[in-house]
Design a protein around this ligand. Structure first.
Ligand SMILES: Cc1cc2nc3c(=O)[nH]c(=O)nc-3n(C[C@H](O)[C@H](O)[C@H](O)COP(=O)(O)OP(=O)(O)OC[C@H]3O[C@@H](n4cnc5c(N)ncnc54)[C@H](O)[C@@H]3O)c2cc1C
Length: 596
């Protein structure tokens, strides 16, 4: 089984050459974060991933978390690893300094998060949700709630959860039925939430739940949902822990993957109601929750990248060892590993090139979040915020769909051994399969992109992106060499496809919304492939410039070859997707439900 080794060189390249890390570090709010500090943080985060999280990934998959009479017990080794995570200061890395956080940029946190998720997806989900809960409380909570809960959540002493889903309310949160009954200065919560990640565990003294519920007189639908903070243990005025609240994990789901991440049925109010506190305004709960959901959607997109990287490393290492078959042109009697077979090389480069494209997109959006929050110029903040809003569903939808594809290819490279649990390749595919489902399924992301994000500012945000992609294609066309000609040709065709599909989508939404929605996933995937192609083209340009100073550096040469492969072998999918988008899936809509 391959140990995870963080691809630090490529992460640093994507951060500095594509995401603009140095510009982020130059923002006044990050005055204390120097490039040297950022480098040291990445180095240590990589060590933590490799030395602490990776070794308990397979064992966590085998044993999983367990529900006992005392509550959920985390998989063996997870409690100690979490303790170390907190002691090393990883939990507070990007937290607000006003509440004890270190205030480092989001993009640096994203780079570290890629490594932790690649090393151990089930573990990394816990801090991922805590960070999102912190953001929601920070943005919408009262000063009292912030002072009481944020310092310990930011330090990692307590973890946070997201309680949205109910049996009848999955994608459609308008159907939430959990009740919140006013009781003096607080509320009593009654209801059942399902599928709650890290809803209970023994790694920390307290768990802070963010729960969507309805007040007795609330209107129907999304306009009647409020947000509540429900602690596992009440917190006294002096910060010590008080009584246990009436919020319990009453069952754990048995599932396909991420076995070490407890997926809880949470029962609120079995007895006298779980004490909770209103976060933000009454009936604005879903709106407030979107602060957490948007952040989580970006981080789940990052998980698609992370699990792909893990699967790629395993496949590449196996392909370098496994000897099988005669390679074309091989000398008689010579024994070569399967990585020499043309088709195996193609598969591995399909994995590697898409991983590099996903990494660039994930880090770019993460840096845009920093600019959107911290740029001193309000117009620039607004521009970056629009870019974040446009690309969040693409990052979530495209990267998680690719995560399943890439981890499946990882099994293919292993042959039969990939299907056998022993090699670990199967765990990556099993773990990846949840990613296109939670935090809004692929269908929900695609609808968000097509029907909400694309129409923002009459399509101007997408037009601006298309203009930037065209500029990159022109810059690439000006560079000599076959690889650059290939990239320019396919990126130009790809961006044409994105423009035509966007125009079709905007026009069709008004005329025939069903046809538009039937094409929305294909449109989202098209946007993902072309955004990835844009960033790979920019990567090739940066590598070409770097080669002038370091002509013997194979990393830069490989970057150009990988970008050309992506352009030639992956980007043409955009043209095929354009055909399907423009067809409007009319036959899918035509077939009567009875004929399915
Ligand atoms: C392991 C795991 C962990 C989870 N963690 C959490 C958590 O921590 N907190 C939490 O609140 N929830 C969590 N969830 C729940 C998760 O977010 C939901 O499963 C997800 O939102 C989908 O809802 P659903 O399962 O009810 O599917 P449904 O909403 O029933 O969807 C079924 C299918 O119908 C499609 N569909 C539904 N509506 C539409 C539409 N309007 N347009 C197009 N297609 C549509 C979907 O794309 C999907 O393919 C978790 C789930 C799992 C399995």
């Amino acid at each position: 089984m391959t140990d995870y080794i963080a691809p630090l060189r490529d992460i640093r390249f994507a951060l500095t050459e594509l995401a603009g890390l140095n510009d982020v570090l130059a923002l006044p709010d990050f005055a204390e974060a120097t490039p040297d500090l950022a480098d040291a943080v990445l180095e240590e985060a990589a060590k933590f991933a490799g030395a602490v999280l990776s070794p308990i990934n397979a064992s966590g998959d085998k044993t999983g978390a367990n529900l006992t009479a005392q509550g959920v017990v985390a998989a063996e080794g997870f409690g100690a690893a979490y303790q170390q995570f907190v002691e090393n200061g990883w939990a507070s890395m990007t937290g607000d300094p006003a509440f004890g956080g270190q205030g480092l940029p989001n993009v640096l946190g994203a780079a570290a998060s890629e490594m932790w998720n690649a090393a151990n997806l089930a573990f990394a989900l816990c801090p991922l949700l805590t960070t999102g809960a912190v953001e929601a409380i920070r943005a919408h909570g009262s000063e009292e709630l912030k002072a009481k809960y944020l310092p310990k959540m930011i330090s990692g002493e307590w973890t946070g959860t997201m309680n949205l889903t109910e049996p009848q309310a999955g994608s459609d949160l308008a159907a939430v039925r959990t009740r919140a009954v006013p009781d003096g200065d607080h509320y009593r919560i009654f209801g059942t939430k399902i599928f709650i990640t890290w809803g209970d565990h023994d790694m920390t003294d307290n768990v802070i739940h963010l729960v969507l519920a309805r007040l007795p007189d609330a209107p129907e639908g999304v306009k009647g949902i409020s947000l509540f903070l429900v602690p596992k243990f009440l917190v006294n005025e002096d910060g010590s822990l008080g009584a246990r609240t009436d919020a319990h994990c009453t069952a754990l789901e048995h599932k396909l993957g991420i076995h070490a991440s407890p997926t809880c049925v949470m029962t609120f109010g079995e007895a006298d109601g779980a004490i909770g506190y209103l976060v933000g305004e009454v009936n604005k709960g879903l709106n407030h929750m979107f602060t957490m959901m948007n952040e989580a959607r970006q981080k789940v997109g990052l998980q698609g990248l992370a699990i792909s990287e893990r699967a790629y490393q395993a496949a590449r290492d196996y392909a370098k060892e496994r000897i099988q078959g005669r390679v074309v042109g091989q000398a008689p009697g010579e024994k070569l590993p399967i990585i020499h077979h043309p088709d195996v090389k193609r598969v591995l480069l399909t994995m590697k090139s898409q991983i590099e494209a996903m990494r660039a997109l994930a880090l770019l959006v993460s840096a845009d979040v920093d600019f959107a929050h911290h740029h001193p110029d309000a117009a620039k903040r607004a521009r970056h915020q629009s870019r974040v809003e446009l690309l969040t569903p693409v990052l979530k939808g495209w990267c998680t769909e690719l995560g399943v594809e890439v981890t499946s290819l990882g099994i293919q490279v292993h042959g039969g051994m990939g299907f056998i649990e022993e090699t670990g390749a199967a765990q990556h595919l099993r773990d990846s399969r949840i990613l296109p489902i939670y935090e809004g399924t692929t269908g929900i992301q695609a609808a968000d992109l097509a029907a909400r994000k694309l129409p923002m500012q009459q399509g101007a945000v997408m037009v601006e992106l298309i203009t930037e992609i065209r500029a990159a294609a022109e810059a690439v066309a000006g560079v000599e060499g076959a690889a650059f000609a290939t990239i320019a040709q396919h990126l130009t065709t790809g961006v044409d496809a994105l423009e035509q599909a966007s125009t079709w989508m905007l026009q069709t939404l008004a005329r025939d919304p069903a046809a538009a929605l039937a094409s929305s996933v294909n449109y989202m995937m098209l946007a993902g492939y072309v955004s990835g192609g844009w960033l790979m083209a920019r990567a090739a340009l940066a590598a070409n410039a770097a080669l002038k100073e370091h002509p013997a550096d194979d990393f830069y040469k490989a970057k150009i070859t990988t970008a050309a492969f992506y352009a030639e072998q992956i980007l043409p999918k955009a043209s095929a997707l354009l055909t399907t988008v423009q067809a409007g899936s009319s036959y899918a809509l035509e077939l009567p439900v009875e004929q399915f």
